[in-house]
Design a protein around this ligand. Structure first.
Ligand SMILES: [Zn+2]
Ligand SMILES: [Zn+2]
Length: 183
């Protein structure tokens, strides 16, 4: 859905969208497994800078929910994760903050992004919000045993015959000391 600045000049736009998997490109590590539900409002915010200049910003607020599948950080098995996020964003025209005098107008800005041309593609904004909502690391279960660092077998599913982990370095340090004392 393309949010046109010219339409926002007339009225705010309320949206309610259901976006099927594949439409929003989330990259190779995330798979969207259910429709992304989003609802919210886009509206024009006019910033007056000095006497003559008016900057037309787009304020986008709403929420989203979806379900994603990503790899367990330990064993790489797929983990299904529900994602929900509320957002309240301000988009400025690209270049609006480029001039030297504009830069001093930096208000307490939390989440300011930029739009280019005639408006903003809602899907682009949602993509960013989904990526921000995904936890950095998920594990499939608390006691996931992960992959064997030697042979790569999934230790949740099978045992391998690789050597047990080498002895604790603290013990070998003790052995060294003992060795020295013996002499
Ligand atoms: Zn796992
Ligand atoms: Zn192994």
């Amino acid at each position: 859905m393309f949010i046109e600045i010219h339409k926002l000049e007339l009225n705010p736009i309320d949206f309610e969208e259901e976006i099927r998997p594949g439409v929003v490109d989330l990259g190779p590590d995330l798979r969207q497994v259910s429709a992304l539900q989003t609802a919210g409002r886009a509206q024009l915010v006019e910033e007056h800078r000095g006497k003559r200049q008016t900057v037309k910003d787009i304020r986008l607020n709403g929420d989203l929910t979806t379900t994603l599948e990503l790899a367990c950080a330990r064993c790489l098995d797929p983990v299904v994760q529900n994602v929900a996020r509320k957002f309240d964003l301000l988009y400025r025209p690209l270049g609006a903050d480029a001039g030297p005098e504009e830069r001093s107008v930096a208000v307490a800005e939390t989440e300011v992004s930029y739009y280019q041309g005639e408006g903003l593609l809602l899907e682009d904004a949602l993509r960013e919000q989904v990526l921000l909502a995904v936890p950095l690391k998920v594990i499939c279960r608390e006691d996931c045993r992960g992959l064997c660092p030697h042979c790569g077998k999934n230790l949740n599913a099978e045992r391998c015959s690789c050597a047990e982990p080498v002895e604790d370095p603290r013990w070998s340090a003790l052995k060294d000391i003992r060795g020295k004392l013996d002499h």
